[in-house]
Ligand binder design. Sequence first.
Ligand SMILES: *[C@@H]1O[C@H](CO)[C@@H](O)[C@H](O)[C@H]1NC(C)=O
Ligand SMILES: *[C@@H]1O[C@H](CO)[C@@H](O)[C@H](O)[C@H]1NC(C)=O
Ligand SMILES: *[C@@H]1O[C@H](CO)[C@@H](O)[C@H](O)[C@H]1NC(C)=O
Length: 335
Amino acid sequence: MRFITAILGAALALSGGCNGVNILMGNDDGFGSGNLRQLYEMLTNAGHNVYIVAPALPQSGQGGRVDFTTEANLTGPAQYNLVPAGAPSVGPDPVDSHIWYYNGTPAACIFVGLDYVLPNFADFKVPDLVLTGPNYGTNLGPFVWTLSGTAGAAYAATARSIPAIALSGSNKAVAYFDVNSTADDAFRVAAVSFKIVESIIKSAPSANAILPLGYGVNVNIPPLFDNYTTVPIIQTRMTGGAEVDEAIPGKTPGTFTWANLSPRALGVNRCLNGDCSLPGETDVVAQGKISLSLYTVDYTAPATPETKSVMRRFAFFTGGKQGHGGKRGLRSWRA
Ligand SMILES: *[C@@H]1O[C@H](CO)[C@@H](O)[C@H](O)[C@H]1NC(C)=O
Ligand SMILES: *[C@@H]1O[C@H](CO)[C@@H](O)[C@H](O)[C@H]1NC(C)=O
Ligand SMILES: *[C@@H]1O[C@H](CO)[C@@H](O)[C@H](O)[C@H]1NC(C)=O
């Protein structure tokens, strides 16, 4: 497998004038993920200096939750028995010193990467870029954004002032050692991700300014076929066509299960930020195209007339003044 990506990587490295950048990769599917390691190999072979710090076991659906284990050692074997039970809770992969596992959530892995693995074991401390994924399964729309461990690891990095790209594919889970050929989904998802990441790096003014402070990118990839190199990449917004869950009563009273709300919810689809003429990422991926949305970690409502009108109503709490009320505002609240 390694030789195939080596050839692809070398070809792409020659085709552009890109200098290698320092990259930290993470995910929520675990450090043995085929998607993760395929992309890692392509980036490494293209001349980038890449480290992985990813969960010891799958950690999907954790969002941005930061959970550090209190156990010094693994209480069971790591994913695919790559590391035995009883091994330290953080450590390198037995066959690649650039690949690390940590027994924590996706966002916790990013922090352990930034604050422990890179400073102590890499030749750089602060990465130029953080990549999360490619995930098994898409992460589309504002609703899933807060639930996805792939997203959570990305916005954890963005919050730490490091540009991040969250990548999600539509393929099924596969162990890295079961990816056998360039016809495998994991290879295709990684190849598409690689092309996008390389393009973003190459378009940057410099390695330490890959994205503006507080910005990140969310990429979603539809199911891929033999024509995967020709699938269009479309600039999108997160809102638009997005789903949200609803509670469906289960057979036993008091139990529920979830379903995607149909017709889709207005609240999560109202365009409040960004360019509202862009198509929604959910619709674009449903059409078999790749979506590329910019995100920021500033969730404050934009300064629209509606926001200003609501803030004027809330000025009651700040003693009639819009903006900081200080002690006076606190007193009015208590009164
Ligand atoms: C964890 O494992 C190390 C060996 O890797 C061992 O020395 C240590 O005692 C273990 N700690 C606990 C709490 O089990
Ligand atoms: C790769 O080959 C192994 C061994 O033959 C097999 O178990 C696995 O399913 C194959 N992987 C894929 C993605 O087909
Ligand atoms: C690629 O192939 C699939 C399956 O045959 C097809 O549905 C799709 O439209 C094709 N996409 C492009 C961009 O040619």
